[in-house]
Design a protein around this ligand. Structure first.
Ligand SMILES: NC(=O)c1ccc[n+]([C@@H]2O[C@H](COP(=O)([O-])OP(=O)(O)OC[C@H]3O[C@@H](n4cnc5c(N)ncnc54)[C@H](O)[C@@H]3O)[C@@H](O)[C@H]2O)c1
Ligand SMILES: N[C@H](CO)Cc1c[nH]c[nH+]1
Ligand SMILES: [Zn+2]
Length: 429
């Protein structure tokens, strides 16, 4: 963990170093992933089976790659009633938010009499990646699948690794709750490759969405173009803006909540009080050993954690925009006013009663969010990831007479005679 202050002489150099930390992709990950994708393309199911044995310690056959309907039903039936109710509440809230996102088609007629519009259609087939290496994520099943269903996607295929052959029943129950029945027990770059290129057992999809570790994120990058992807939702991140009026323990736990996802996760506190930063650092040290995932959280905090002391909140806003974090917690007296000043963050959590963990499970908006500073240009998963637009135009003879001559002039200027004639012939008729 580094602790820096904007008054330090070397602040800019150390902040720039923090920004450029390679947490998600290294040359090694890059190379390993390229090899896995090439192998899956060449050998299909056989490669999937080999990588699953190597990385997830599980022996599969082509016949057992897919989770059976009986396994899904049995898993769902085994969930205790209170947990099933919690899943249901989360699903309802996520569905309500995402249905409200659904866009309207557009239709307009302009002064020239040309009618035009934009129509939204759902994708035919999507692949959902649900991470499962170091933790099981039933919540990510809901976050991936519910928007896809709300958008009206035809086929939804889900991949989830099952290390040691253990398939979390709540993951299957969440899939069932969200209406997903095509589930494969594979993960990592090999799952992304299978979804992109198809194998004998797994038909290819049109778009792959969902979070994952550095291998998954890099694989999505490498198959982009062959298929669409949502965004790069890699190792989790949080930036917390908090003043000294906060309880240091609550802030410490908020930082650790992201750190416990992955050694590559990153948690950053920005505060205007050096004494508060010290108190949070002490609280982190006290909480860490009490966590079951202390090893992961500690490694993340040690390698990528940071505390930044600013002179004023304007400095903090500028730093947040440069970090463009996946999650931004605003633990300040007027969080809405502060949020209005921030431009780059995947999702924001406003005020002391709304820690980021609420958004991970039950708030409603999606928790699959852009990481690695990609929130500068990317957004969290939404119904838009499962829809595409087709624009359309319809012109009457009179409307063509109005706008056609300009089209002919531009086509001739480009030296494209067939284009010019295509319009001109109609103008002459
Ligand atoms: N941004 C988000 O919305 C979001 C949501 C949930 C989780 N996450 C992140 O997802 C990630 C989940 O990671 P995870 O590891 O638990 O599960 P994962 O499913 O992403 O990765 C597990 C797979 O990684 C592959 N792998 C592991 N080591 C490898 C190696 N040495 N070489 C090649 N492949 C290897 C294996 O194929 C394995 O199946 C975490 O970083 C977490 O922070 C992000
Ligand atoms: N915080 C993660 C996104 O970075 C999502 C998650 C799922 N479960 C718990 N947390
Ligand atoms: Zn989380």
């Amino acid at each position: 963990m580094i602790c820096i202050s904007t008054t330090d002489a070397d602040f800019e150099a150390r902040f720039t170093e923090l920004l450029s930390q390679a947490r998600e992709t290294t040359e090694t990950v890059d190379r390993i992933v390229a090899g896995i994708i090439a192998d899956v393309r060449a050998r299909g199911d056989a490669a999937l089976i080999d990588y699953t044995a190597r990385f997830d310690r599980q022996t599969l056959t082509p016949g057992t790659l897919r989770v059976s309907a009986a396994e899904i039903e049995a898993a769902a039936a085994s969930i205790p009633a209170d947990l099933a109710a919690a899943l249901d509440l989360a699903a309802i809230r996520i569905e309500t938010f995402h249905r409200a996102q659904l866009p309207q088609d557009l239709r307009m007629t302009d002064a020239a009499g040309v009618t035009m519009g934009q129509r939204w259609t759902a994708l035919d087939a999507v692949g959902l990646y649900v991470p499962g290496g170091k933790a099981a994520y039933p919540s990510s099943v809901l976050m991936n699948a519910i928007p896809a269903r709300a958008a009206g996607v035809g086929r939804i295929a889900m991949c989830v690794p099952t290390p040691g052959g253990v398939l979390n029943p709540l993951v299957l129950a969440a899939a069932r709750r969200a209406g997903v029945t095509e589930i494969y027990r594979i993960g990592g770059a090999q799952a992304v490759a299978a979804l992109a290129y198809g194998t004998a057992s797994i038909p290819a999809v049109d778009r792959i969405v969902g979070p994952g570790n550095a291998y998954v994120a890099e694989a999505k990058r490498q198959v982009f173009g062959r298929v669409g992807i949502d965004n790069i939702a890699g190792p989790s991140e949080v930036v917390v803006l908090a003043d000294a009026n906060n309880d240091p323990r609550r802030i410490a736990v908020d930082l650790l909540a992201q750190a416990e996802h992955d050694e590559a996760a990153q948690s950053i506190l920005i505060t205007d009080s050096a004494a508060f930063a010290d108190a949070v650092a002490a609280a982190v040290a006290a909480e860490l050993p009490t966590l079951p995932r202390a090893a992961i959280a500690g490694a993340s905090w040690e390698a990528h954690g940071a505390m930044i002391v600013v002179d004023d909140w304007a400095q903090a806003v500028a730093l947040v925009d440069r970090l463009a974090p996946e999650h931004l917690e605003l633990m300040l007296p007027d969080p809405e006013a502060m949020f209005a000043r921030v431009r780059h963050a995947g999702a924001a959590f406003l005020g002391g009663w709304c820690p980021e963990a609420v958004g991970d499970y039950v708030a409603g908006p999606n928790h699959v969010l852009p990481t690695g500073r990609t929130a500068r240009f990317a957004s969290g998963l939404s119904v838009f990831d499962f829809l595409k637009r087709t624009t359309w135009v319809s012109a009457s003879r009179a409307a063509l007479a109005e706008i056609g001559p300009a089209g002919v002039a531009l086509a001739e200027a480009e030296g494209l005679q067939a284009h010019a004639r295509s319009i001109a012939l109609r103008l002459q008729s």
